[in-house]
Design a protein around this ligand. Structure first.
Ligand code: URA
Length: 443
């Protein structure tokens, strides 16, 4: 078999066999196939696409390219959740305890943030002492004992995806639906999930800017799950503005704690309840969304969901006092209001710009090596649909003096991010569609 023949075959719109896909993935990850050939192949896929079978083959070849986690020593159906990335997305910190409190084990591996999006692992590290590095044995034991653990990715998982993703990044081939779908699903499968709930974001702050593209991506991932025997459903949720009000690590933990107390922003609570209810259904604890939502609401009301977060924090060496009293979490030295220059109604909030503003204040990483400031971030006081008067605060910037050089640029980005209309603006729906193996349900 020769790479050049497989590139030509894909370029001409033909389907590759399972063996041919395995040959490409293995050859590339082991260094026999050079970057220039893999780039040409990725570009051919970009234009010609891949069938559902080819996409599933690519997924499994990448999932098997490195370490895989066997979660079978953990009792119950292990349901993983993945979000395609967003700004202010702290859903894992809310969902993990919520779902675990309702009886579905959550053994979660999460990532760090880069650029305008944050990562769950960085957020959890805002809790002092919290360790995101557990041995496999500690990880399994903790999930069997308390039903919940969230750790960073360790070892050598999906190296073929890492190499191909980095190549796609510099060859304008990231935004190919089969390539994104197989990249995301390979990581979930290598992490050992029995079932997967996907939160596919749509809108200005998301990978997929239009609803139709988001549905297409969701369907490609659900099809992979179905082909490889992992029950998968996808919720298409809004990322035309950040989720909730807080962007930044400690600020997001405070907001997640408030949500677990039943006191969080309505949009964050609703998205969490919807995603969590699908996790309960796939985990075999509920048979309908209504039943699941009622069970979850009870976990919040009774305090069990918050208690579950405290248990996880204690088990992973963190300071549980900061969960009981979130004002003890890192707090920035300066708080600077960004005020509206004109009155009207908030029409749009460019999520990416808000994420970049938070990064300028130190909340995110510009490069993989940057050290983040856990206290820094942005607190949105106005969301889409809210009335605003000239001179009223749109957002509050939280920063330490060490990041004062980023302040002017952050202020400029926040002002640019807000679109203000003179006429009333309807609130946006939060969830647009549900994609399951049975089909697409639009709301
Ligand atoms: N996220 C991933 O993990 N992979 C992609 O290809 C795109 C987004």
């Amino acid at each position: 078999m020769r790479a050049v023949d497989l590139i030509r075959k894909k370029r001409d719109g033909q389907e590759l066999t399972s063996e041919e896909i395995a040959f490409l993935v293995k050859g590339y990850s082991e260094g026999q196939i050079p970057d220039y050939q893999m780039s040409a192949w990725a570009m051919a896929v970009y234009y010609q696409g891949m069938s559902a079978r080819e996409t599933a083959d690519l997924t499994m070849a990448m999932a098997g390219s490195g370490d895989t986690i066997d979660l079978s020593s953990i009792r119950g159906i292990k349901v993983d959740k993945h979000s395609t990335g967003g700004v202010g997305d702290k859903t894992t910190v809310v969902l993990g305890p919520l779902v675990a409190a309702a009886g579905v084990p959550v053994a979660k591996m999460s990532g760090r943030g880069l650029g305008h999006t944050g990562g769950t692992i960085d957020k959890l590290e805002a809790i002092s002492g919290f360790s995101v590095e557990l041995t496999k044995e500690q990880f399994f034991r903790q999930v069997n004992e308390i039903g919940l653990a969230v750790v960073g990715q360790s070892g050598n998982m999906t190296p073929a995806d890492k190499k191909l993703y980095a190549l796609r990044d510099v060859t304008a081939t990231v935004d190919s639906i089969p390539l994104i779908a197989s990249s995301v699903m390979s990581k979930k499968i290598a992490a050992g999930a029995d079932a997967i709930v996907l939160d596919v974001k749509t809108g200005s702050g998301a990978f997929m800017k239009t609803l139709e593209d988001s549905i297409r991506l969701a369907k490609a991932m659900v099809d992979i799950g179905t082909q490889v025997g992992r029950r998968t459903v996808a919720v298409i949720s809004d990322m035309d503005q950040p989720l909730g009000h807080a962007i930044g690590n400690a600020l997001e933990i405070k907001e997640a704690v408030a949500t677990l107390r039943g006191d969080g922003p309505a949009d964050l609570e609703e998205v969490c309840l919807i995603l969590a209810s699908h996790m309960l259904i796939l985990g075999g604890k509920a048979s309908s969304e209504e039943e699941a939502k009622a069970m979850l609401a009870e976990q919040i009301k009774s305090g069990q969901a918050l208690e579950k977060l405290k248990q996880m924090v204690a088990a992973q060496g963190g300071n549980t006092e900061q969960i009981g009293r979130p004002e003890l979490l890192p707090e920035a030295e300066l708080k600077v209001d960004v005020k509206a220059t004109a009155g009207g109604y908030v029409e749009s909030i460019q999520a990416e710009e808000i994420g970049l503003a938070a990064m300028m204040l130190g909340a995110g990483r510009e490069t993989k090596e940057s050290v983040i400031d856990l206290a820094a971030g942005v607190e949105l006081r106005k969301k889409i649909g809210d009335p605003v008067e000239a001179g009223e605060t749109l957002a509050v910037l939280h920063l330490n003096r060490s990041h004062e050089t980023g302040l002017a640029e952050a202020q400029r980005r926040i002002l640019n991010a807000y679109g203000i209309s003179s006429t009333k603006v309807p609130r946006r729906p939060l969830v647009f569609a549900l994609v399951t193996p049975d089909g697409i349900k639009r709301f």
